[in-house]
Design a protein around this ligand. Sequence first.
Ligand SMILES: Cc1cc2nc3c(=O)[nH]c(=O)nc-3n(C[C@H](O)[C@H](O)[C@H](O)COP(=O)(O)OP(=O)(O)OC[C@H]3O[C@@H](n4cnc5c(N)ncnc54)[C@H](O)[C@@H]3O)c2cc1C
Length: 373
Amino acid sequence: MRVLISGASFAGLATAFWMTRLGYRVTMVELTSGLRRGGTPVDIMGETIDILTRMDLLYAVMAKTLAPRGFAFKDEDDTTLGGFPADAGEQDPAQARYEIHRDDLLDILFAAVDGTVDLRFGRSIRQLSESPAEVTVTFDDGVEETYALVLGCDGNRSNTRALAFDDAETASYFMGGYFYLRVVPETGLLPGDTSQLFSVPGKSAMLNGYHDRTDICLAFRAGRPIDYDFRDKAAQRRLIHQQFDGLGWKVPAMLAHVDAEGDFYFDQANQIRMQRWSKGRIALVGDAGYCVSPLAGMGGSMALIGAAHLADALARHPGDHSAAFDAYEAGLRPFVEQVQQRAATTGMSMLFPADEAELAERNRQLREGTIAL
Ligand SMILES: Cc1cc2nc3c(=O)[nH]c(=O)nc-3n(C[C@H](O)[C@H](O)[C@H](O)COP(=O)(O)OP(=O)(O)OC[C@H]3O[C@@H](n4cnc5c(N)ncnc54)[C@H](O)[C@@H]3O)c2cc1C
């Protein structure tokens, strides 16, 4: 049985791993010319630890684990309002949590499938056409091939979703804000192994410190999507300045990094909410089907969890992809919806308070030590 996977990031590589184990012949297409690198570290906890153990990859992950990180909420004078110490939950194995650089996890997953799958970089699907027995795929170079299953693991702006699902255009849920991210060499703006967050109504500035780099994150609220050219980096820098000029704390130093030459990420905070994650012989895994947003802090974990749930469902329903896709969705959807709901409500209001009232409530919870993210 041949399966095609679109996208070679966490969802795609993990799905390829499991599908190979189930005996499928796996072909992968990845739009970019190599693995897409960059971004902030990935949290590994809960079910993801069990899954990595089952994949025999937990020790590889632990070898690259970052030091535990403290999280401090700051006011304008850099006074700590509250937060979480670096060692919270360390004693309790159920609370174990590892953090690993995104690129390190990509390399570990890639090494686990390298040589066992036909991975084609710089390729994409142009067209999908399904019959009861197979899916005929036309690639962007015009080549046509048939597969028993097609699995869309191509992220938040999934090509597979756009090609195969009727509700693709309405699937993206705007969470009411935008965020900027840039990873730069260590800045000295904060101690290593800490995160710091400063908020005023509608705006948050966050720094993540590591021994060799600093994440510069700026987020602002917007009532509706903003019309801007996503290729125009200068316009995006101007948008950030409009929002953050004149703010205190470490924001002026952060804005100096916004102005400096170099790549950055700017996008709206969104989630993917689909009516169904599968259609016929085509299914979605990870951000493509159910992006939970960076606010949830578990996009990477959710991709690994999704891949494992799909594989388990296929193993339980051999030869019946319909039943397997139903079981995959029935088993995972309640958890996804819970995570999405929490990110869109508590996550937004605690990390990214919209107004004075939300900020005051968050600060009350910080003072009383009751805050939970
Ligand atoms: C470069 C990068 C940086 C990121 N940084 C952060 C971050 O800092 N914080 C955070 O919370 N989340 C970040 N994310 C998102 C995070 O990786 C995902 O939430 C999570 O890993 C889910 O994984 P995924 O495999 O479902 O999707 P993704 O990691 O988004 O991977 C999707 C893959 O599909 C590929 N692809 C896209 N279109 C096509 C196509 N037409 N054909 C073939 N392949 C295609 C992409 O190139 C990519 O490799 C980042 C993603 C990327 C790609």
